[in-house]
Design a protein around this ligand. Structure first.
Ligand code: SAH
Length: 409
């Protein structure tokens, strides 16, 4: 074999791929691609990814409604505003990264192509400082050690940064010095929280929290409203695309300032609060009590006085409203990946809204639910896909559904 050929075959496939991508003007593929499991499509050119998602949504919604062209990102890298790293001990040192898919083996990650770069830097600093402060990473098998996870959240619009140090016990040796050293290295951090999680669980966060620095939460802006994000509250991870998606959802709702609006599966109230300025009144319904509490704080923060939140099952709540003879003009629904249910759709139809705006993160359950809507006389009109999670298989959609008054199965 001559030296030229030898060099060719010596190259690892990832290396060859990375070079090809670099030559094509793309960022090279990540060194842990395929092991981390986070980005399934990272080795596919972004334009191809968008095409694939578009085709997938069109295939699933075939015969149900028209699908508009997908809205992608101009720069589809480093879009995640929330970054999580698990800490552990490997080969004599502290490592931080992600669990290899389907296992509890840590794949060390120093930087990631979809995560916020500042957040990644902070996590690396925590790892280095943990080493110099002789703080041990928690060992799942023996139960020894302190530091389990680090979570960093960043408000892209406000620049505020939260660091959550998840520890196995409340005792944190040299806590103040550690916090001081971290702030010295990253003066941009606005709050630091210690979260205690002493349970043998795959859940990252425990119930007990102690604010070590700052106010214990950060804020971010979305569609002209300001939202509080605490350690445990849910917030969309790609704010740039969320703003576009929610803007479209508002447009589809066609609000004039008079309507009675329901925000079902409302989480921390983002959609309902944005709608409140454009509606007569808004009712938000959510199962999770923490989220409902955050929603009430967020409503106050935005001086939204025409919105009320209820902690309840959305189906039971709407069925109760309908039984009491109430109606709604517009229903926003943003269910989890598993989608909605026939009972929910029946209760929604009983409120006789003229429009339903369905926001979905799973086109498969969306297609299933749109068929059920049809049976209750509600037809999907148009679907707007948004690429909220570039390099992954996920695709978010906003769908306008209108009452046709003509139920058919
Ligand atoms: N619209 C929210 C996010 C919704 S995520 C936002 O933009 O922030 C889906 C939400 O549905 C979760 O908060 C979950 O707790 C809630 N949920 C799940 N099942 C529910 C049910 N049966 N009734 C009410 N809320 C439910």
């Amino acid at each position: 074999m001559d030296s030229k050929n030898k060099r060719k075959t010596d190259k690892k496939p990832e290396q060859e791929k990375a070079e090809k991508q670099k030559n094509a003007g793309q960022k090279p593929v990540c060194p842990v691609f395929g092991r981390c499991g986070g980005c399934q499509l990272l080795d596919m050119p972004y334009r191809e990814q968008l095409k694939r998602k578009q085709h997938n949504v069109e295939r699933l919604l075939d015969g149900l409604c028209r699908v508009q062209p997908i809205t992608g990102m101009e720069d589809p890298f480093h879009y995640r505003n929330k970054v999580h790293a698990v800490f552990g001990f490997q080969k004599g040192g502290i490592v931080s990264g992600v669990y290899q898919e389907g296992s509890h083996r840590i794949v060390p990650v120093k930087s990631c192509m979809i995560e916020d770069e500042k957040a990644d830097e902070i996590i690396q600093t925590v790892r280095e400082l943990a080493g110099s402060f002789k703080i041990k990473a928690y060992d799942e098998d023996s139960g020894f050690g302190l530091l389990r996870h680090v979570l960093v959240k960043r408000g892209f619009a406000t620049g505020e940064i939260m660091v959550v140090l998840v520890t196995a016990s409340p005792v944190f040796p040299s806590r103040n010095h550690f916090v001081g050293a971290l702030r010295e290295r990253h003066p941009e951090i606005t709050t630091i929280i210690q979260n205690q999680n002493d349970r043998a669980t795959s859940m990252v966060l425990g119930d007990k929290e102690r604010v070590l620095y700052g106010k214990g939460y950060i804020e971010d802006e979305l569609c002209g409203c300001r939202f509080r994000i605490s350690g445990r509250s849910f917030y969309q991870v790609n704010p740039a695309q969320t703003e576009k998606l929610y803007g479209k959802a508002m447009e589809l709702a066609g609000l004039t300032g008079q309507e009675t609006v329901i925000d079902a599966y409302c989480g921390t109230g983002t959609i309902g609060i944005i709608a409140a300025a454009r509606a007569g009144r808004v009712i938000g319904v959510e199962l999770n009590p923490d989220a409902v509490r955050d929603a009430a704080v967020n409503a106050k923060r935005n001086h939204a006085e025409n919105i009320q939140f209820y902690r309840n099952d959305a189906t039971a709540f709407m069925a109760g409203m309908a039984a009491g003879g109430e109606r709604a003009d517009v229903i926003f629904m943003d269910p989890p990946r598993s989608g909605s249910t026939e009972a929910f759709i029946r209760a929604a139809a009983a409120l006789k809204p003229s429009r339903v705006v369905y926001i979905s993160c799973n086109p498969e359950t969306l297609a299933r639910d749109l068929k059920v809507f049809k049976g209750f006389g509600y037809r999907a009109q148009e679907c707007w896909p948004y690429d909220m999670f570039p390099h992954t298989e996920h695709c978010e959609n906003a769908v306008l559904i209108k009452r046709s008054g003509n139920p058919q199965m």
